[in-house]
Design a protein around this ligand. Sequence first.
Ligand code: FAD
Length: 283
Amino acid sequence: MRYAAPTTVDEAVGLLAADADARVFAGATDLIPQIRSGRPEPSVLVDLKRIDRLVGVGESGGTWTVGAATPTSTLTADEAFTGAFPGLSEASGLIGSDQIQNRSSWGGNLCNASPAADSVPALVANAVRAVVAGSNGERTVPVEEIVTGPGQTSLADDEFVVEFQVDTPPAHTADAYLRLIPRTEMDIAVVGAAVRLTMDGGTCTAATVALGAVAPTVVRVPDAEAALVGSTLDDATLEAVAAAASAACNPIDDKRGTIEYRRQVAGVLAKRAATIAAERANA
Ligand SMILES: Cc1cc2nc3c(=O)[nH]c(=O)nc-3n(C[C@H](O)[C@H](O)[C@H](O)COP(=O)(O)OP(=O)(O)OC[C@H]3O[C@@H](n4cnc5c(N)ncnc54)[C@H](O)[C@@H]3O)c2cc1C
């Protein structure tokens, strides 16, 4: 394997365009274990962390921009970002350990395309957009259009995610992310649930519910969102949210949980995440 450390987006695109077996990486916390476990070695490893535009977080003109290779520990440590997106921050803070979070990125978490990736339901719940660079220039797409299945993305061989963009949330809007793992930390989600709500005088006026680890890609739950909008999150509404989340799942059976267990947990986590998001939004 060759190692390349471009300092511009164009240089990185050129490396990918010149060799279909070249692969980008940010933290390499997924890529290196995969190579060590026998996956084919890329011909060229393209390090994205030396490109200034890919590392950093900030807000300008009502839009937050997060570089695709920004360590997730940078996001959890950023008080303004965490204040605006508490759920996105807590999802980022659940990835592995402190050591992993000093390397791991949203770009890697998304493009590794694991159904259990923790940041992705929260990215979807916040309608985050990915800016993708390739030989044909740049395009901006909703994050949910990037992952097409386990280990599969819609990116062409010469494309990579440069940055993420998300609008500053309206007043009284907040998100929350919860996951269940079999251990206390350093494990893969059995279920992840992200909810974002806008509240007005105790009544929900906008809602997004997204589940991870219960289907090949993140699942939006429109029936839960419809139940939440117009409600005060009374018990009947929360039961409707739980039922809709359980029904929306298409999970697998594995050592971390059965299909029935995952459905049950999805309902419980969606309900709890909605309650937390509402408390934050009302505050
Ligand atoms: C011990 C350990 C614990 C972990 N715990 C968790 C956990 O709790 N939750 C969780 O979700 N994950 C976990 N992970 C997985 C991993 O840390 C995360 O998925 C992380 O966010 C990956 O980011 P990265 O920058 O290291 O990705 P990399 O390994 O650099 O890249 C991963 C994949 O994405 C591609 N890629 C990277 N950046 C881009 C880009 N900008 N554009 C296009 N493609 C790109 C790479 O080519 C590669 O295929 C864990 C990993 C380890 C080793």
